[in-house]
Design a protein around this ligand. Structure first.
Ligand SMILES: [Zn+2]
Length: 329
């Protein structure tokens, strides 16, 4: 499809529904074909609400036109039909792609590679510099982190007015080979996960914390867990004050023996879900353990986001939705 946008006020006639975007399931080869030409790529983005489909001139208020412009990276830009307005705007303006120097197609494909956990391949296969690739991956992680914050706290009271069970736990993340070293570099991680009916799990969080002192963990509990929750933990002393936080907004059950994942006297009293999540996260995060606190925190959010997508094969589509929600076009 070649462009027919000469003096056209809209890129596409109809935008896609959220639901349809979320269940598209793109593969890298399909994406590369469909985004092949600059015009096709622009239509692909506009249809999904990732860039503006139309724009008004900020001077006269009339719809601007999408015009070919060979000098700029996208090949097109918005311009007002009235020359005296002198209105020109990048199609990326106010979108996720604003301010990035790479071709739109490259950014999308790098995002897809990231979702497939192939970010290292972008350097060799797409010819993207390591710096650019890392930059895009970091931005994706930041978006996930912000999305995570918007998603809010977990637990609380369910629709039957019963407390939601939230398992909490903490773990020290370090590189395997540094276990014996004098100064192991690593990060404390604290997290929680909702336990639902029939062994299923719901929303979750993981945060990097400077230490596991009672005050530190209480702050994180207040920040991430809603009042009314029934918190289940191991017998770690720092959790002892949970029933008294904010004058008793949580109930707390804990296992007597710290080394058992299930209390032998009460099969429901366990923290297997959070332990499992921490264990999986630790395995996945191994290569990031030596990174700075900020970078580690971002990778951790990225892991939490990935782990929540079910089925996980829709990660790329979910990423597009995060961007669509953030940059309301
Ligand atoms: Zn104008």
């Amino acid at each position: 499809m070649t462009s027919v946008w000469k003096l056209c006020n809209k890129i596409v006639n109809k935008l896609m529904d959220r639901k349809d975007i979320l269940y598209e399931k793109w593969s890298s080869p399909e994406l590369c074909v469909v985004l092949g030409e600059s015009g096709m790529c622009i239509e692909w983005l506009a249809k999904r609400g990732l860039i503006k489909n139309s724009r008004l001139c900020s001077v006269c208020g009339e719809p601007a036109s999408l015009l070919e412009c060979a000098q700029i990276i996208d090949g097109y830009r918005w311009e007002c039909n009235l020359q005296e307005c002198n209105f020109r705007k990048s199609i990326r303006s106010e979108s996720f792609f604003d301010g990035r120097d790479l071709p739109l197609r490259t950014i999308i494909v790098v995002m897809h590679y990231w979702c497939e956990d192939l970010q290292n391949e972008t350097v060799t296969q797409l010819g993207v510099s390591e710096e650019d690739s890392a930059d895009i991956c970091n931005v994706i992680r930041e978006e996930f982190e912000k999305n995570q914050r918007r998603a809010g706290a977990i637990g609380g009271i369910d629709e039957n007015f019963q407390p939601v069970i939230v398992e909490i736990g903490e773990s020290y993340f370090f590189r395997g080979e540094h276990r014996q070293s004098q100064q192991p570099e690593g990060h404390w991680v604290f997290g929680g996960i909702e336990r639902l009916e029939n062994g299923a799990v719901g929303k979750r969080f993981l945060v990097a914390v400077p230490n596991c002192a009672a005050d530190t963990l209480q702050d994180e509990i207040l920040r991430h867990i809603l009042p009314g929750s029934n918190i289940i933990s191991d017998g770690w002393a720092a959790y002892g004050n949970i029933p008294h936080i904010a004058n008793g907004i949580y109930t707390h059950s804990f296992m007597g023996a710290e080394n058992n994942l299930v209390d032998p006297n009460n099969r429901e009293l366990h923290t297997q879900n959070i332990e499992m999540m921490l264990m999986r996260a630790k395995r996945k995060m191994n290569r990031h353990v030596g990174s700075s606190r900020e970078s580690f925190a971002l990778h951790l959010q990225d892991y939490v986001f990935r782990s929540q997508i079910r089925p996980s094969r829709y990660l790329f589509e979910s990423l597009l939705m995060v961007i669509v929600d953030k940059y309301t076009i």
